[in-house]
Ligand binder design. Structure first.
Ligand code: FAD
Length: 378
């Protein structure tokens, strides 16, 4: 790793050690949003990591972004999720598909912590977003949005949501379209979802759209081109998620090695027990393998090559590996792993969602299968 990347890793880790790790358990217990951490993340350049400097961001490439997300994933997945959505799904989409005006309007805010959200999932349309029923009806020189979205990260605490809806013009369905919708637009209502298994300090919302009016300048990409926008965003989002999962798995291993060295049973540290070492060794293999798959994505991305196969492979393996590692970490900690004096039970709960969102593990298998065979089994 280059010295710049090492310095970046050290800076983000230092921030996480000072500001994030000490508060993560309490925020998880209270389901409290990490608003007080955002100014520090802005100052560090994390919230604008991939946004070009001309828009107030840090202008990092995907190698730098991976390091930032891995470190956040190690410290607190709720915070990692907030940043992954802000940048991996929203910032990169506005950079890829946005007009000059859209980029100037939204990117500086994203870098300043006025967050972005990605509104694809609906109550009746999850793994198959083409079932969506949200509508954007052409009215005069704009659009009127109606519908419902669910499980939307940053959905109430952000400034803008990429709302995916069917564009209806003169009664005809012109296809799924993405609309950059201000969260303070009249008719946009967000409601926090409480009682989550993990990511309890994050903003996950249900969104109601009641006659929300937006102009043509809200359309990101083309009318009817929403699935292209969504799929390209998910490629970036899944990369981010895989990097975060590597961070979580690595942290689970680090705290387990430390605990195994300190905890004494049978007259010595449990680190000396072969079956404990087996747990640690299995975690190490997962961390190394998942990291290698993320490296492969970074390499392709830096070369400007398409990498959907590599991204789905890394997302599938790294997220499943993070669940395995967090589960083994609980095992290494014994009964203490089951209570929130130690971070490993939070890590297990936080890891669990990563095999569900941005395409479940089943969906990743189907994407990989389709790319290998040319046949869709969805
Ligand atoms: C905390 C959290 C945050 C989220 N953040 C966002 C966000 O910011 N934006 C957003 O748009 N969405 C978000 N989501 C939604 C998430 O992406 C969906 O939950 C996910 O895509 C799965 O959809 P679903 O829940 O409707 O499950 P379903 O699609 O109903 O799937 C249920 C089960 O069926 C399986 N299944 C479905 N289809 C197939 C098939 N063809 N073959 C085999 N098995 C199949 C699935 O793998 C799964 O096991 C979030 C979810 C959570 C929990």
């Amino acid at each position: 790793m280059s010295s710049e990347l090492e310095a970046l890793r050290a800076a983000v880790r230092e921030f996480c050690d000072r500001e994030v790790r000490p508060t993560a358990q309490q925020r998880d217990r209270d389901e409290s949003y990490p608003a007080e951490l955002l100014p520090g993340l802005v100052e560090l350049g994390v919230l604008g990591a991939v946004i070009p400097e001309r828009f107030g961001g840090a202008g990092l490439d995907d190698a730098g972004y991976r390091v930032v997300i891995e470190e956040l994933g190690a410290a607190d997945s709720s915070l990692r999720s907030l940043v992954s959505v802000n940048l991996g799904l929203v910032g990169k989409s506005v950079l890829r598909w946005g007009t000059d005006d859209q980029q100037e309007r939204w990117l500086p805010g994203l870098a300043r912590g006025e967050l972005g959200a990605f509104g694809l999932t609906e109550p009746e349309a999850g793994s198959n977003p083409s079932q969506m029923t949200a509508r954007a009806v052409r009215d005069g020189d704009g659009w009127v949005l109606n519908g419902a979205k669910i499980f939307i990260t940053n959905g109430t605490r952000g400034a803008v949501t990429m709302v995916f809806a069917r564009a209806i013009v003169d009664g005809e369905d012109r296809g799924i379209t993405c609309f950059l919708t201000p969260q303070d637009a009249p008719g946009y209502t967000g409601r926090q979802i409480h009682g989550k298994l993990g990511l309890r300090s994050g903003d996950t919302a249900e969104i109601a759209l009641d006659d929300v009016r937006v102009g043509d300048d809200a359309v990101l990409g083309e009318v009817g081109g929403g699935m292209k926008v969504a799929l390209s965003a998910l490629d970036d989002g899944r990369f981010s998620l895989a990097a975060g999962a590597v961070g979580l798995a690595r942290e689970a291993l680090e705290v387990s090695v430390r605990y195994a060295g300190e905890r004494e049973q049978w007259g010595g540290p449990i680190a000396g027990k072969q079956l404990v070492q087996e747990l640690l060794a299995a975690m190490h293999v997962d961390v190394q393998a998942a990291g290698g798959l993320v490296d492969a994505v970074v390499k392709k991305k830096l070369a400007g090559e398409r990498c959907t196969l590599e991204v789905s492979t890394a997302k599938l393996f790294a997220t499943e590996a993070s669940v395995r590692c967090a589960d083994r970490a609980v095992q290494v900690h014994g009964g203490y792993g089951y209570i929130d004096e130690y971070p490993v039970q939070r890590m297990l709960r936080d890891a669990r969602v990563t095999t569900l969102y941005e395409g479940t593990s089943q969906v990743q298998h189907l994407i990989i299968g389709r790319l290998l065979t040319g046949v869709s089994a969805f």
